[in-house]
Structures are given as C-alpha cells and as structure tokens.
Design a protein around this ligand. Structure first.
Ligand SMILES: CC(C)(COP(=O)(O)OP(=O)(O)OC[C@H]1O[C@@H](n2cnc3c(N)ncnc32)[C@H](O)[C@@H]1OP(=O)(O)O)[C@@H](O)C(=O)NCCC(=O)NCCS
Length: 390
C-alpha cells in the first residue's frame, strides 16, 4: 500500500470510494470533486494501482479562550469495501499527523462515525454539535420582545456585517469556528432559503437566521445568532410564525445562551448530537495560539507535564507550562510531575474534561495538586461546541 497525495486526474476514483462509504449521489456535483475544493488537502492510499482509501483535511480556525487556533478538520476518511480491516485508515491517520504539524495546524478535530479508529491515534471526544427538534408552537410560549423586531432578507452588502455578528458570538464559545478560512465562502450563505437579518445601526447586523426549507413539513434552521435578548426573542417569534404549515423545526443549537436561558423547554427534549473529537498536534504551538482568560487572575505558577504520544513523537516528553503575567507558555523541560496520554491532550486543551475525569479514565497520572492548575487554566469541565460539520 502506498500513501501519497492525490492527483487531479483521480477525482472520480476518490469520489467513488467516498460515494460507496457515505452513500452519496451517483453523479458528483462539481464542488464535491477534491480538486475543486479550496482550503483543503488530502492523502490517498493506493493498492494494486487503484485508490483504496482517502482522507481530507480542511483548514479551519477554532476559538479557544477567545483566540483562534489553527485546526485541521479531518474528513472523508473512507476505505474501499474490499480493502477494509487491513489498517488503511490507520495508515492515513499516521501519515496526516506530521503533515498537519508541518502546516501549522496545531489541533485537529473530526466528527467520528467510528471512535475507536481515532482514539487509537490520539483523538478524543470533546465537544457537541446539536440540533433540537421542536414544533413551531413551542416558540409561541416564549416572552415576546418589547418592540417588534424588524427583519429583512440579507443582500450581498450585508455579508460582512452578518459575519461580524457571528464572530462576536463565536469567540465567546470554545470550539466554534471563525468561518474565515478559504473553505468558507461568505456568498454561499445567500444560496440558503432563509437568510434574514435584524439590521442594527450604521450597517451593522444585530442578529440573523439562516436555514433551509426542504419540500414537505419541515424547516431547518442552521444559525440563530443574536447580540442581545430582544433580538433573540424577535428571531424566535419569527420562527413561531411558521406554525400551521410547518410541523417541525430542526434548530441547530449554536448559542448555548439562548438554548439554556431563553427557550422554554418541553419536559422531554428531542436533541440530536453528533459529538466531535479533538487532538492536539503541536502542544507548544497550541498553547501559544489559545487565549487563557483565567491566567490574568492566577499568581505566577508552573506545571510540569510529561506527554506520552507515540504517534506525534515531536510533542512527546517533558514540557513546563508557565503561567505569568496573564500569559501561558509551554517550553521543553521540567520534572514531568503530571503525565498526560495523547488522548488526554484534546479534552484538557478544550476544557471538556477536568483532570479528575482524565485520571479516572486512565488518561492522566501523577501529582493531583499540580494537575488542578491545568483545570483552573481552562475552566474545566465545560462543554465546547461547534456549529459546522465537515
Ligand atoms: C471506518 C473505516 C474508514 C475503517 O477503515 P479500515 O481501513 O478498515 O480501518 P483500520 O483497518 O485502520 O482499523 C483500525 C481500527 O479501527 C477500528 N475500527 C475500524 N472500523 C471500525 C468499525 N466499523 N467499527 C468500530 N471500530 C472500527 C478497529 O479498532 C480497528 O482495529 P482492528 O481492525 O484491530 O479491530 C472503513 O470501514 C470505512 O470506510 N467505513 C465507511 C465510512 C466511515 O465510516 N468512515 C469514517 C468516517 S468518520
């Protein structure tokens, strides 16, 4: 088996492996062909002169602590049926790790359908991607905004302001993408059935809805983003006005604020989740890129970490994490007081697991008092979210 980058002429073979794996349409849309995709690169495994397996990485920036961290989003992991069970997918994961490291993608996220495959190479479950299935009438029981909230269909001129509105929200929730890398084309949003903005002063956007209205009784809302309570209530009131025709609204939970604190929840909620996994690819670079809001409130301290990571050996070994003057730096050295296995790094970095959880699951050992500093830094345990799947 040869693992190598794909060639343009192999577009159709690559699509065929993915079509069989994921049940995609028989005829590819042009944008589904790899050579037409921006901000992406990949690897294939060749067996007997044919493409037997594929893996793609999409260039993203993910918010942690209010700053963006370069993230490689792993997608299209697919193996031709006859080639399965011989380590092809694992070989692609092994080969992509140094590639992501070289490209400065210091963390990597993916949506697993087969978690054991990725756990074996250091990814671990970290965050949620959720949809709630609701009836439009459920919005009718919400408090109405004090004044009617004016909305209009977005035009191309609104797109930068719409994106600013998204980023103002996204930087406050760990795990959200900044949607500014080449994989995102702002204009694409105008292809949606629903792209309604709440205009603010001076060409700004205070909130917006995006979504799709497929044939039938359903409405699918992707983004419901609002700067403030009144705007959110206005957007919810607008969703309530679909009552009568639409039987179900599938609402992506972008903002945990409105989901937890504004929406009146029925006793049993139908929420669908596709959890995502995270892996740290380059620990010192990831620490340098992330924001550490808690560090400003900590007295100078340090934690000595020993990382056990046979699949990313460049970050294995001893690191000293120093907290001083609101900054956090990860440099080689120290006594290895707290030992973290590769799979601990993603949940620790994102704050989704505290060190007690990591210890109970065999992913962390060593000094418990020193380890507490690792929790204080990230605010663990807390739930990271993403609102884009790939
Ligand atoms: C999942 C898939 C990519 C695995 O490819 P593969 O080359 O057979 O995987 P590997 O041989 O490298 O498997 C390594 C380990 O992953 C785990 N694994 C692989 N497939 C699995 C499955 N379907 N369910 C649970 N674990 C699985 C096993 O632990 C396996 O080790 P083992 O063979 O010693 O038990 C392949 O079956 C496929 O293309 N499936 C359809 C598409 C898909 O689900 N892709 C993943 C998208 S996230």
């Amino acid at each position: 088996m040869i693992v190598r980058p794909p060639r343009d002429a192999e577009d159709e073979q690559i699509y065929e492996v993915n079509r069989l794996a994921f049940g995609m349409a028989r005829d590819p849309r042009p944008e589904h062909l790899w050579s037409n995709q921006k901000g992406k690169y990949g690897l294939v495994a060749e067996l007997d002169g044919r493409i037997a397996a594929t893996l793609k990485v999409v260039d993203y920036q993910q918010f942690f602590g209010g700053s963006t961290v370069p993230m490689g989003g792993v997608a299209n992991v697919a193996v031709a049926p006859a080639a399965r069970g011989h380590g092809a997918a694992t070989a692609l994961l092994d080969a992509i790790l140094p590639e992501m490291m070289d490209r400065g993608q210091c963390v990597s996220a993916l949506y697993p359908s087969v978690p054991p495959l990725y756990r074996g190479r250091g990814w671990e479950q970290t965050g949620n991607y959720e949809h709630a299935l609701l009836r439009p009438e459920q919005f009718a029981s919400l408090v109405k905004p004090g004044e009617r909230v004016a909305m209009r269909r977005a035009t191309e001129a609104d797109l930068p302001a719409l994106h600013d509105c998204y980023v103002r929200f996204a930087r406050t929730v760990d795990g959200m993408l900044d949607r500014s890398t080449p994989a995102f084309e702002l204009k694409k949003v105008l292809e949606q059935d629903i792209v309604e903005v709440v205009p603010g002063p001076d060409g700004t956007v205070r909130g917006y809805l995006t979504g799709r209205r497929p044939e039938g009784d359903n409405l699918m809302i992707d983004d419901l983003i609002a700067d403030d309570r009144e705007t959110a209530l206005g957007l919810f009131a607008n969703l309530g006005r679909w009552a009568g025709v639409v039987h179900q609204i599938s609402l992506r939970i972008t903002d945990p604020g409105w989901w937890q604190l504004l929406v009146v929840l029925p006793v049993f909620q139908d929420v669908r989740n596709h959890p995502w996994m995270l892996r740290v690819v380059d620990l010192p670079a990831a620490v340098a890129a992330r924001g550490w809001p808690a560090a400003a409130h900590l007295t100078p301290t340090s934690v000595d970490m020993e990382v056990i990571d046979e699949h990313a050996p460049w970050q294995a070994g001893r690191h000293r994490l120093t907290v001083d003057g609101g900054k956090v730096i990860c440099a080689p050295g120290g006594d290895g007081t707290v030992r973290l296995h590769a799979r601990a790094l993603g949940p620790w970095f994102a704050g989704s697991a505290d060190t007690a959880m990591l210890r109970r699951t065999g992913l962390l050992e060593g000094d418990a008092v020193a380890a507490r500093v690792l929790d204080l830094l990230t605010g663990a345990p807390r739930l990271p979210r993403m609102a884009d799947s790939f």
